[in-house]
Design a protein around this ligand. Structure first.
Ligand code: SAM
Ligand code: GLN
Length: 345
């Protein structure tokens, strides 16, 4: 059988099994089983398919028709034009999450500090022990131990998964340093691989633990200029009705947002002011229909200015962006503004 014949046969088979975009799936699976790029594949259409290649293809087809996402079978997904390795350890990065990257860049590009150089931070380490709350370094120590430059813009990503967001930011902005956390140690192993493949490992420290637990609040200084997260936000009772590809194959820990889907927002919004400098930014991806409730939580915390809600390319409200109340201007003696001039209310 030639590649072309196999392509046609596979397409029909996938179609008969209700796989969406059967031709594209067939093409990608076939090219993958032959270790060929898509373009290269098209120059070999009339070559015969070897028995071993046919067997590999068959195995992959079986996985696909059982509902496994194509990205897990091919072990990669593009995000922000970067190729990421993905497998069942991590959520497959979604195109709509690029909005979180876009919005972060608007903030981070304003800093004019020099680039973070390779070798200027400690090598990436993944805690081998689960870090008990505040037993690790303080967030500040993490950053200071991480670089010798001092004063560089710093970002905290909570729930980094494949590392897609943190890595995209590090590639785009060379003068930032990121701490990327995840409760899943398996996810962090993969995220670290992805950071190395993208050549940005010197800009990111990966830490394992529950939300802010691997960090410690510091009374003196709030180390982060930006905190961002695409947390699990699916309403727990609705997980069962998600597409099979998501429900049965992506990690539940990456999806489950608690009974009302908002569990992580409550915890992140409460915790963030302990780690975010005054005037720093909080950016959160949100699920459909969650924007107002999340914005309300931010407003009622009293720590932020009025949040903005931003739609993705499909017009769905996807990101909530809030600035921590900036420091008040210094008091001027006897001046009108500030405390001394406010005697009469
Ligand atoms: N940032 C990636 C992205 O946007 O593609 C992954 C986002 S996924 C929706 C949420 C991530 O949060 C998962 O990697 C999951 O392991 C992690 N996570 C879940 N609960 C957590 C917790 N309590 N503390 C830290 N990370 C958590
Ligand atoms: N965007 C994912 C989905 O709808 C959910 C990811 C998340 O919970 N943050 O399948």
């Amino acid at each position: 059988m030639t590649l072309l014949e196999s392509l046609n046969q596979t397409t029909k088979y996938l179609k008969d099994h209700q796989i969406e975009s059967p031709r594209l799936n067939a093409e990608l699976l076939l090219a993958h089983s032959l270790n060929l790029g898509r373009e290269e594949f098209y120059t070999h259409l009339h070559d015969p398919l070897k028995e071993r290649e046919e067997e590999t293809l068959e195995k992959m087809i079986r996985r696909r028709i059982s509902g496994e996402p194509l990205q897990y079978i091919l072990e990669h997904q593009e995000f922000w034009s970067i190729d990421f390795k993905v497998d069942s350890r991590v959520l497959i990065p979604r195109p709509e999450t690029e909005l979180l990257v876009e919005q972060s860049l608007l903030i981070l590009r304003q800093y004019q500090t020099p680039p973070v150089k390779a070798g200027s931070i400690a090598p990436l380490s993944i805690n081998s022990e689960q870090t008990p709350a505040c037993k690790a370094a303080t967030a500040e120590e993490l950053i200071l131990s991480g670089n010798s430059l001092g004063g560089i813009p710093s970002v905290l990503e909570i729930g980094t998964g494949s590392g897609a967001i943190a890595i995209a930011l590090a590639k785009e902005v060379k003068n930032i340093f990121l701490v990327a956390t995840d409760i899943s140690r398996d996810a962090l192993v993969l995220a670290k691989e992805n950071a190395e493949a993208a050549g940005v490992q010197h800009q990111i420290k990966f830490v394992n633990g529950d939300l802010f637990d691997p960090l410690c609040p510091s009374k003196e200084r709030k180390p982060f200029d930006l905190i961002l997260s695409n947390p699990p936000y699916i309403v727990r009772p609705e997980i069962g009705s998600l597409a099979k590809e998501v429900r049965d194959y992506e990690p539940t820990i990456a999806l489950d947002g608690g009974e009302d889907g908002l569990e992580f927002y409550r915890r992140i919004i409460t915790g963030a002011p302990f780690y975010l400098r005054e005037g720093g930014w909080l950016l959160l991806e949100i699920g459909q229909g969650e924007s107002e409730k999340v914005a309300e939580q931010i407003e009622s915390s009293g720590a932020f200015l009025k949040p903005q809600i931003l739609p993705d390319l499909s017009g769905i409200e996807r990101v909530v962006k809030a600035q921590r109340i900036p420091p008040s201007p210094p008091l001027s003696k006897g001046g009108k503004g500030g405390f001394s001039g406010a005697k009469n209310g």
